[in-house]
Design a protein around this ligand. Sequence first.
Ligand SMILES: Nc1nc2c(c(=O)[nH]1)N[C@@H](CN(C=O)c1ccc(C(=O)N[C@@H](CCC(=O)O)C(=O)O)cc1)CN2
Ligand SMILES: NCC(=O)N[C@@H]1O[C@H](COP(=O)([O-])[O-])[C@@H](O)[C@H]1O
Length: 312
Amino acid sequence: MEAQQIISRFCPKSSLAPSIPMVKQPFSLNFPHLHSLSSYPFLQSQNLGVPTGALHAISFVNKEVYPSSWRIWCSKSSSSTAEPEEGHEVRAQVTVRRKKLAVFVSGGGSNFRSIHEASKRGSLHGDVTVLVTNKRDCGGAQYARNNGIPVILFPKAKDEPEGLSPSDLVDTLRKFEVDFVLLAGYLKLIPVELIRAYERSIYNIHPSLLPAFGGKGYYGMKVHKAVIASGARFSGPTIHFVDEHYDTGRILAQRVVPVLANDTAEELAARVLNEEHQLYVEVVEALCEERVVWREDGVPLIQSKENPNEFW
Ligand SMILES: Nc1nc2c(c(=O)[nH]1)N[C@@H](CN(C=O)c1ccc(C(=O)N[C@@H](CCC(=O)O)C(=O)O)cc1)CN2
Ligand SMILES: NCC(=O)N[C@@H]1O[C@H](COP(=O)([O-])[O-])[C@@H](O)[C@H]1O
């Protein structure tokens, strides 16, 4: 990518903005080595007086690289102590608040379970605080109940007397202080009220390489059957921002799997789903650590946790 590309970082309105202003900088992709304190758990909480469960970091900036006029929004540190290395200086300290997640499902909920398990094992700096479904007895809803996660029905079934309106749903998610909405096998159109209320904070996983094989009518096994029938040699999951239409939001992440000559739709579905589970957890970890950045041309990128100089 051209060095003059501008990268700015987006922090959802509902999350605490970092303690230093978000500024656009004429960056190349080669940031000085900035790393996250999150890889040094012993530095968390007690050393810096930061509440338990909060990610925090101090930015050490390589003065040779950045002119003093640049303000660094990244708050990462490679140091195993709070002291800057030679040639670096402390610029800022930012606490990344633990995020609250709402997951929407209509079926078995294996992606939801993967995200919840990542939260429980501590690799995810967030919690699933509410589950939303249009199928009250689906596998995902049962899993949520078994794990003490509140379940909300939306929209109600046609034959049910009453249910939540779109604005009721928004109010309910606000009451749960939801930061991000994650669709995971949810088969209903998200209403524009929710899209507007959670700008750039609603994500969906789709089982094909969008924009191919997406849109109304493309869900579940229908997607994999269409891929096989097309003769495509590759498929894979896409995670994208959700806008008013099915599968047309900005693409954030993808993985590729081969489509084999003798694949059944079920075999392809299983291969894609295995990648989905890994990819969605990786992406949600990045969301919760506020590692999503926006290129000047509007393409969202994820900043690598291991090497903040790299984006994918
Ligand atoms: N506003 C948005 N809502 C939803 C999106 C989105 O991108 N924007 N993604 C879908 C998930 N999805 C693909 O990833 C998808 C789900 C369902 C359909 C579809 O055609 N549904 C049928 C009804 C199916 C049923 O009720 O069993 C339909 O609308 O006729 C297409 C794509 C989630 N919501
Ligand atoms: N267009 C939407 C769509 O087809 N989503 C797909 O539904 C499955 C849900 O599985 P899960 O309930 O086990 O997570 C997943 O494969 C997901 O990509």
